[in-house]
Design a protein around this ligand. Structure first.
Ligand code: GLY
Length: 289
């Protein structure tokens, strides 16, 4: 049996579930071609990075300067792979760069080094900025009181408020999980939160925070990265899975963690099932063969 599930990020529009559906079917197709769980999770995540309705790759959020996009991505397998990039710029598919890092002794590259590495391994300059991302940023600026200039701005107001900033922020990280009958894999990619300082890194490139894969299954979370990272959410959810809880039970368990106003979602697979859910809304899809 093979399983692939993908999500378009917490607070993504469920009417856009065709995106995660295409992603997970692309992942299943990769497994059908003999490419394995890691390649399946990565291929599925590339589909979502290239879909500008989601906050990853093309379509990522702008930082608080209104110009810069910095992205995080990671992949992990149950047989020991973990590699990630953080605050990478001007790259079409950060997940492919994270995956390429497996060819080096390192597990995480950041900022300029990550972007340079992308060029070295063949990923050319690409501007991921979209009109929709600029529009989202304009809403954030208005809600956060940045319209009168930066010196008067109360940046604390821009951080993770439930309303009305929630609407302006749009959605979070995309992610995929895969099982090829032998190995579990998870992949994540993110444009980060809208109200983020230059150099901010969330949960995505940190093992056990945004994602985890082990012999019992794979987890891909989405939501407010600072909270997810502080709680090692993906690893703790994996421990629930390893204790024998079903995928749906682990989703419910996960959604009960963290403070009430934190934006949060996750997808979970084990050897025979998938489940997903979010506190707000979320476009996601799972499929099996
Ligand atoms: N969950 C993605 C982030 O906070 O960056």
């Amino acid at each position: 049996m093979s399983i692939v599930a993908s999500h378009g990020g917490s607070s993504s529009n469920p009417n856009h579930a065709d995106g995660p559906e295409l992603a997970s079917l692309t992942g299943l197709q990769a497994i059908g071609q003999g490419r394995g769980a890691l390649q399946a999770a990565v291929a599925a995540t590339v589909v979502l990075e290239d879909d500008d309705r989601f906050n990853a790759g093309t379509g990522s959020n702008l930082r608080l300067d209104g110009i810069t996009i910095q992205m995080d991505a990671s992949c992990m397998t149950s047989d020991g792979v973990f590699s990630s990039v953080a605050a990478i710029e001007r790259t079409k598919n950060p997940i492919l760069v994270a995956e390429s890092l497996r060819g080096t002794p390192h597990i995480l590259l950041v900022g300029e080094g990550a972007t340079e590495f992308a060029r070295k391994v063949g990923y050319p300059d690409h501007d991921p900025t979209t009109r929709a991302a600029r529009d989202r940023f304009d809403k954030v600026r208005a809600v956060a009181g940045l319209t009168d200039g930066w010196s008067k701005a109360d940046l604390a107001r821009a951080w993770n408020f439930a309303t009305p900033l929630r609407e302006a922020l749009g959605s979070d990280t995309v992610g995929s999980v895969a099982w090829d009958g032998q190995t579990f894999a998870a992949a994540l990619s993110s444009g980060g939160t809208s109200a983020a300082l230059l150099g901010r890194v969330g949960d995505v490139p940190l093992p056990g925070c945004g994602l985890y894969a082990g012999p019992a299954g794979a987890i891909a979370t989405t939501g407010d990265g600072e909270y997810i990272a502080r709680s090692l959410l993906a690893f703790r959810a994996y421990e629930e899975l390893a204790r024998g809880h079903s995928a749906a039970e682990v989703v419910d368990w996960g959604l009960d963690q963290l403070e009430d106003d934190v934006d949060l979602g996750l997808i979970v697979i084990n050897r025979h099932e998938f489940a997903g859910g979010a506190r707000n809304r979320m476009a996601w899809h799972g499929c099996t063969t």
